[in-house]
Design a protein around this ligand. Sequence first.
Ligand SMILES: NC(=O)c1ccc[n+]([C@@H]2O[C@H](COP(=O)([O-])OP(=O)(O)OC[C@H]3O[C@@H](n4cnc5c(N)ncnc54)[C@H](OP(=O)(O)O)[C@@H]3O)[C@@H](O)[C@H]2O)c1
Length: 322
Amino acid sequence: MTGDTAAVTGATGFLGTHLCDHLRSEGWEVRGLSRSGPGRDDPEDVEWYVGDLFDRGVLESLVDDTDVVFHLAGASLWNADPETVHRVNRDGTATLLEACAATDAGRVVFTSTSGTRRPNGSDPVADETNVAEPIGAYQASKARAESLVDRYAERTGDAVTTHPTSIFGPGDRNFTAQLLAMGIERTMPAYLPGGLSIVGVDDVVAGLVAAAERGERGEHYILGGENLTYDRAVSRIGDALDGAPARVPVPPTAIHAAGPVAELVDATTGRRVFPFDRRMARLATQRLFYTSRKAHEELGYTYRPLEAHLPETAAWYRTEFG
Ligand SMILES: NC(=O)c1ccc[n+]([C@@H]2O[C@H](COP(=O)([O-])OP(=O)(O)OC[C@H]3O[C@@H](n4cnc5c(N)ncnc54)[C@H](OP(=O)(O)O)[C@@H]3O)[C@@H](O)[C@H]2O)c1
């Protein structure tokens, strides 16, 4: 699709920055939505549209006459309160879809989360069919947005939904920074008992483009990586980077108790600490493993091991936090 035009919401964020850089390097014309106008660290050679997800007029100009609309903009509990999370993820997606319906917009590639799916007990890994009861505002708002995208694909226009798992890579001051800290800092002496699917940001970017090019209208694709317990992930980071990985497991009961503590820290200091609340504390003790088989078979999606992403990510981490 070289030479085509993409609109990217969330273009100033962690994933959006990597996506814009990749699209530009492949010869795409890229339009980005930015709330504050382009900043020093934002991707270059992007045509910026200044506004937010509720500026219908700006959105219409952004998406009109495009080949693909990558909808990445979203709020999470790392940086927003539950009400804002609902507003941005659910209502913002509704506004964007209205703008697409009113213009000559290309295929919408929506970035949801693997969190709307969970292993169901009989199978240790979840696929796209394992729709789960949402826990917390983030999952609930993404689930609502998915329904809006499904309905748009059914009745109005072309759209597919992607479900990245936990994205690892340079520029992410939240999950990536916390995981790296557990792998290389002596000040982080403990790890969580559960597990998760960790995917490199470059692999997710390739998956988003593959979904745009080869995805089936109305379909959902998990874009995951290696399924690792926290213990294993932290050890491998420590081994690869010659760090002093956390070796002491936190017992599940302590994690369950950590939920209310995290809520208190949030309320009193305004600082975000994972897990964010009681129900999410329980999630942190589970193995949230996923299969990307469908994306592999239908999109040609592949992912690389954690170590492939470490040199660049660790170099970024040391510059930011060293
Ligand atoms: N990171 C992960 O592990 C992960 C995993 C699964 C799914 N996802 C999803 O992937 C997407 C990108 O995640 P990320 O990690 O790159 O997040 P991020 O770094 O926090 O970036 C979020 C982006 O959304 C924009 N945004 C927030 N509120 C907005 C609003 N009201 N109007 C317009 N733009 C708004 C932000 O703009 P500003 O720069 O102006 O704040 C930023 O560009 C999100 O939808 C997220 O839910 C992420």
